[in-house]
Design a protein around this ligand. Structure first.
Ligand code: ADP
Length: 497
């Protein structure tokens, strides 16, 4: 199959979260399974710098661009995947992140930036860029690519489209004034198309128009059809439930393997767990905590946003201070959460280590050096850190939601007895429920033999991309078959004889 994979970020070119991990590793795994998959992304300066050799292979004249848009061809690093970078300097060549200014505020012209990106993706998808290649299917990811299925829907001979929801709460919502002049069809301003409470939703473009929808875990695929998790879109998602699949993300064990990780001081395996203790000392040093091998370290890495349940952790700080434990948190995000964490660190330096930063190396050290990983997310489409934690022998403490529910097995009596337990799972996002899970972890940690079993069972779990990539290939095929059947039905309907 020929697949065009459209994403706004991909590791190691540029990353703000899990979408980049998926877009960096799924295309690579698909390519290794002999699918012709090509990745298309905006040409951010970081991506150009990280991509290495690039050549201009096409120039496109697009309605929203003042100058021709260049298509740069290269390779996704460490892979055989062809990479197309959409080079429109007026939109993408700026300091800061892919979606916002260095300070974090969204770019004021995001509506235009991702409309332009979508139009470029469609030109390639329709083989109108002179590249002599036509994908069978375009795999779109999150709101930044939501206009792609919507634009392609009006093309007569178009590729099939799959739209993957990595996080329903980011919707790409824009006012009328922001999209005026972008040449978007008037018909989209209808609640049956892209309109959402008086604004336009790029995400809805994908949800309404893609041939098929997927999301990144089976449980999240169910949850988003409910009012609690559906962000106002549960009606639409329920309507499309026959074409909504949940596929758990995989892990790139080339990057996340404690036995070969170049970003941690001491590599280790399930047989050399004493070396994990050395990483723990390094972690305590890095966060200026007392070196105490006997005291369990609870780690957390992530975007500091409400979704990740940081409010629960902050509420519990007085309780946690009374327990024999240390807490380390690495992240960046909402200023008020950053501020609250900084304050907790300043007040309790011997127990709470905080680093407000985006630091790849330190993220690996937190996974390797912590004894257990806190992930009390209010909702979690898939979550990757709990999967990394399992491989690093750092049993995660998670809420039973989304991909967390699909990947962590609770250390209750029967599961411990059956040696299937891998972490601690609680149900409701309430501080006392999280505290109870933390206390269960502390209790088990005190029984080192049982703890070791838990750690080793987690380390043996296989969440590699190979498994999930096979499911994606089957889904792609299913979508193509469906398109053929539907085209046949349309022909028969228009010419019944
Ligand atoms: P989300 O996509 O919601 O951010 P995921 O758990 O799916 O959450 O993926 C987050 C990814 O981003 C992980 O690879 C995690 O290690 C990384 N990450 C998040 N914050 C930081 C940070 N401050 N420093 C380094 N890596 C981070």
């Amino acid at each position: 199959m020929d697949i065009l994979f459209a994403s706004s970020e991909a590791h190691p070119l540029i990353k703000t979260g899990g979408l980049a991990d998926v877009s960096g590793s799924l295309p690579r795994t698909l390519k290794n399974s002999r699918q012709e998959v090509r990745l298309i992304m905006p040409a951010y300066p970081q991506a150009i710098a990280a991509a290495g050799a690039l050549q201009c292979v096409a120039e496109l004249t697009l309605p929203v661009a003042r100058t021709p848009v260049r298509i740069l061809l290269g390779r996704l690093p460490n892979s055989r995947v062809r990479l197309y970078l959409v080079d429109a300097p007026e939109y993408f060549d700026r300091p800061g992140g892919p979606y916002g200014e260095p300070g974090g505020t969204d770019w004021p012209d995001n509506a235009a930036r991702f409309a332009l990106f979508a139009r470029a993706v469609c030109e390639l998808a329709m083989d109108r860029a002179g590249l002599n290649w036509r994908p069978d299917l375009v795999h779109c990811n999150d709101w930044q690519t939501g206009l792609v299925p919507a634009l392609l829907a009006s093309e007569a001979q178009r590729p099939a489209t799959l739209f993957t929801i990595h996080n329903l709460s980011y919707q790409g919502l824009f006012d009328r004034a922001e999209v005026a002049g972008l040449g978007l069809p008037d018909s989209w301003w209808s609640m049956h198309e892209l309109e959402f409470h008086g604004r336009i939703s790029y995400l809805k473009g994908g949800l309404v128009f893609a041939d098929w929808l997927s999301t990144v875990s089976p449980t999240y695929a169910k949850e988003i059809r409910s009012a609690e998790f559906g962000c106002g879109l549960h009606g639409l998602l329920t309507h499309r439930r026959d074409r909504l699949t949940g596929i758990l993300n995989g892990v790139d064990y080339r990057d996340w393997n404690p036995g070969r990780d170049r970003l941690i001081p001491f590599t280790y395996t399930a047989r050399t767990l004493r070396l994990k203790q050395e990483n723990k000392i390094a972690l305590q040093n890095a966060f200026e905590l007392p070196s105490r091998p006997d005291i369990p370290v609870f780690g957390h890495v992530g975007r500091l946003v409400e979704q990740k349940g940081l409010g629960l952790i902050l509420d519990l700080i007085p309780e946690l201070l009374q327990r024999p434990m240390q807490l380390v948190i690495l992240g960046t995000g909402q200023p008020e959460l950053e501020q609250a964490l900084r304050a907790a660190h300043t007040a309790h330096r011997s127990k709470i280590g905080v680093r407000i930063a985006y630091d790849e190396g330190l993220a690996h050290l937190v996974e390797a050096g912590s004894d257990t990983f806190l992930m009390p997310s209010l909702f979690e489409p898939c979550g990757l850190n709990q999967l990394y934690s399992l491989r690093y022998g750092t049993p995660p403490i998670v809420r039973r939601t989304g991909g967390l529910a699909d990947s962590v097995v609770d250390a209750n009596g029967p599961n411990l007895y059956a040696q299937t337990a891998t972490g601690f799972v609680f149900n409701e996002p309430e501080p006392d429920q999280l505290l109870h899970a933390i206390d269960r972890a502390l209790n088990l940690y005190a029984q080192q033999r049982v703890w070791k079993d838990l750690v080793q069972t987690g380390m043996q779990q296989d969440f590699s991309w190979e498994q999930s990539a096979k499911v994606y290939v089957d889904l792609y095929q299913q979508i193509l078959d469906l398109r053929i059947r539907e085209a046949g039905m349309r022909r028969t309907a228009s010419n019944p004889f």
